[in-house]
Each structure stands twice: as C-alpha cells, then as structure tokens.
Design a binder for this molecule. Sequence first.
Ligand code: NAD
Length: 328
Amino acid sequence: MRIAVYSTKPYDREFLANAASETNLELDYFEARLTPSTAALADGYDAVCAFVNDDLGAAVLLRLADAGVKLIALRSAGFNHVDLDAAARLGLPVVRVPAYSPQSVAEHTVALMLALDRKIHRAHSRVREGNFALDGLLGFDIGSRTVGIVGTGKIGVAVATILRGFGCRLIGYDVAENPEAVALGVEYVSLRELWEQADIISLHAPLTPDTHHLVDAFAVATMRDGVMLINTSRGALIDTAAAIEGLKTGKIGHLGLDVYEEESDLFFEDLSDTVIQDDMFSRLLTFPNVLITGHQAFFTVEALQAIANTTIENIVAFADGRASGNEL
Ligand code: NAD
C-alpha cells in the first residue's frame, strides 16, 4: 500500500519509518499541509496520513476519493478537522490514534500552570540580564487552590492525577462522569459552578459544535477574579476576543495556551523572519501573564512512538481487511 503522509517534519519521518520498518507499506513524506491545492499530491496513493492542521473538509475528501484514496489515517486523537459526514458519504474510512500518551499532554498542561504561577518565563529573562529583583514574580501555592477540569477523559484524568499529588481541590465538568476521576477525588459540578469556583481552569474537552467558544465573554465574566485559564485541547474552545478582554480587565490573571483558534496559519513553522499578520495572536503576545507554546503538549518521545506505532497498525489492519478498533 502507498501512503501519502502530509505535514511531516524530520521527527515524524523518523518515528514513522521506524514503526513501518517491518511492514511492506510504502510511505512518501510531504512537508506540505493537506489543503485543496496540495490534495493532488496524493494522486496514485492508496491512503492519506494527516495531522491536526490538515484540511479534511468535504472538498478535499471528495478530491482524494476521486483520486482513488481509500483510507484517511489521522496521526491525532482529535478529529474536529475532518468532515466525517462527507467521509461517510464517500465511503472513505477514517482511523485515528485515540490515545497515545495522555501523560505527555497532562505534564505540559501542569508545566504551563507552574510556569505562569511562578512566572518562570519572566524570571528566566531577568536572570539572564543580571536582574535578580523579585518584584512582580509573586506566585501562589497551587496545592492550596481549586482546579476546575473541563473534560475528564484520558487527559483530564492524567491532569487530575498529577494535581492530586499537589493537594489541590479538584472539581470537574463533563457530559459524562468518569469513575476514574471520581476515584481521584474529582467533585463533579455544573459548568457554571466550575467557572465560579475554580482558581485554575484547565480545558480538556474535544472541539465540537457544543464546545466551540465554550469560554466566551459570559463565561469569563462568571469566573473568579484573576483566574488562571489553561487550554491544551483545541484553540476554538476559547473565544480569543473574550480572553483578550478578560486579560485587559484583569479578570483573567494568567492565560496558558498550547493551542490557538487560528493556529493552522502559524504553528509548526519557523516564521521568525516574517511579520505575523494575525493581530489577535500578536495582542496575546503583549501580555506579561500569557504563556503560549505552539501545539507541543504531545511532543514527547513516548507520544511520537505511540502515534507512529498506532498509525502504522491502523493502516496495516485496513490493508489486511481487519478492523483496528480505531475507526471513526
Ligand atoms: P477523551 O475522549 O479521553 O476525553 C474527552 C472528554 O471530554 C470526555 O470525557 C468527554 O465526555 C468530554 N466531553 C465531550 N464533550 C464535552 C462537553 N460538551 N463538555 C464537557 N466535556 C465534554 O480525549 P482526551 O484524550 O482526553 O483528549 C482531549 C482533547 O485533547 C482532544 O480532543 C484533543 O483535542 C486534545 N489534545 C491536544 C493535544 C496537544 O498536543 N495539545 C494532544 C492530544 C489531544
């Protein structure tokens, strides 16, 4: 089977090539993102392997199906970028990597919390300039605070497990209660109660029509003054304009983002020689209490290995006419 692998960097190639070494799959790597204009690169391939910012909307899927592509293999857990209805209409199966290392994302989430709280990003710059003053670096004990986890699935539970060690009070909101979270001491509350009670809010729900702009101006207004908001799930869970307003009024005291609603034009590329055209993103960068990473929460050796292994297993299962269990 020939697979067109989009949005690849050298690290993706290394882990995928390793995982496929004992198979007879033929992987061709493209650095380009999958878009309507790059879909033609997949002509003559049996499968397309795609990542989080690839465009798998109806137009691209139709183009791929017309070219004879028979499988879409996602290298991600999230699938908000795939038009599943269109894929079903075209008879194009979509497989994903439902869990690769919830720990990787959870640890990055807590890293953002700690860095923002203790202002590590600012302290690092100061010390390098010989400024050892502590003014402005005052933090708080995370262990004495209430943390609200929105979405208590695999990553939410991994975050709760770490924070339980800190001694935090843990509250959670989900459309379905997870017994694992309850066993960790997570107290389920309504979304409104979570906004009202949490000192730190961490988002781990998938992006769906229901969660799009879950954090809007109303939600921000309901939160505690000086709340810390962390998003390592998907950018569009937060209405960026509402977050900027919340930062300007001081309602939001700390904002940690690994994802951004318009990230597909920015993330995963070196744009250091270009002028960023996204004014909202540029505004976010001006706040001293905002810390942004470029969708790197998943980026650990363990996670890349697991993503590559499951992706290859998913494709081999399809080639053998078996179900992998990871079909959407
Ligand atoms: P999961 O499916 O195990 O958990 C998601 C949880 O969200 C479930 O418990 C589900 O019931 C809940 N949920 C669904 N709709 C909801 C709603 N409307 N309100 C509240 N909760 C809702 O998924 P996971 O593995 O924990 O991953 C969570 C998300 O993290 C993924 O969807 C993905 O977008 C994101 N993610 C980000 C990175 C990264 O590198 N930043 C990496 C992996 C995953």
